[in-house]
Design a protein around this ligand. Sequence first.
Ligand code: LLP
Length: 412
Amino acid sequence: MHWFTRKEGVLHADEVPLTRIAEEFGTPTFVYSRNTLERHIDKIDGAFNDIDHLTCYSVKANSTGAVLKVLAERGLGADIVSGGELFRARKAGIPAEKIVFSGVGKTDDEIAYALDEGILMFNVESESELLAINRGAGEKGVKAPISFRVNPNVDPKTHPYMATGLKKSKFGVPQSQALELYEKAASLDNIDVIGIDAHIGSQLTDVSPYREAAERLRDLVNAIKAKGIDIKLIDIGGGLGINYDEEHPPDPDVWANMVIPVLKETGCKLILEPGRSIVGNAGVMITKVIYIKRNEDKTFVITDGAMNDLMRPTLYDSHHTIVPVIERGEGRELVDVVGPICESGDFLAKDREIDMPLEGDIMAVMSAGAYGKTMSSNYNSRPRGAEVMVHGEDIMLVAERESWEDLVAREK
Ligand code: LLP
């Protein structure tokens, strides 16, 4: 459910016509609906009310300060994967004791920063990293709270680039090594073992893999506890899918009902790391049609938004629904929607039947709230677009469009 609806033929974000945002702030621009964001927070966080839990929003999905601030106000924590994400989360007011730190390549500087802030837990992904954290904590005379991210070897049935819990994946430690690593960690002076973690993949539309992963985590927790090591937190990662096209992702309640019965008996507190399911359908990207070009075999709708602004179609062949903001009644046509970048792979949609716009019209690329701005780049020396948040009738510019000067600002 989202708040991007048509009123008298014009697509709105909450109460604001998207044409107005295009006029005031230009294009391409990401537009977020605060009402939608809050609804998703309530739905997902609320689904787990039957168990002691903390929702640590996965910052990589959308790290814009205004978005993080809404989440902070609603009491959410954060799942971060870099010093930069920790900086953003803290700046937005997310308390350090609600932050978990994931990722396979944490550097000494990032570890030191996280220790200084006093984060909830490091999700450790290798023995070398465990030793680096122990060293870093030793230098500061503190104990670092850790879990191991265990690779449960579960197939999440998603795009191969978004599967992270298979044996061949770079993420986590193998289940077969987990017990030994927990014993080693417990023996270190500056490590406090407190949890266990798994994240099996992203854009999951079937929740049964979560059950399998939860069962493996529960069994491991029992085995670790039998060695006299206490586990207080179980982190089941994120990954719940959203509706881009014809998918039917399960309701958050279904996800919750799949894992709570398995994990409740452990007595542990549950950590969740949802990203996309909170922000994905709370944002769209608006873009202007520059030209319509009819070649012999193909019609191209050429927009000012490109793969540098929204990389998902190019990178994963992902579907994003594209609709004109004003209905023109020009009929439907099979087209490629492409950007101005000098790459054949620069497209927002390929061989797609769409409601035809006119040149100069604004189109909305739906479901662009997650992995949109955060994966954007300056390729072809294109300044990145603006970001606007809408709340009822209020419009807030939350990130300015970059300028040409910004492109060279750091060059010497
Ligand atoms: N936790 C960890 C450790 C993760 O690696 C991820 C996502 C999440 C949580 C959040 O997953 P979510 O709930 O958003 O599915 N760029 C891709 C998605 C890559 C996801 C990477 N990890 C895309 O555009 O679809």
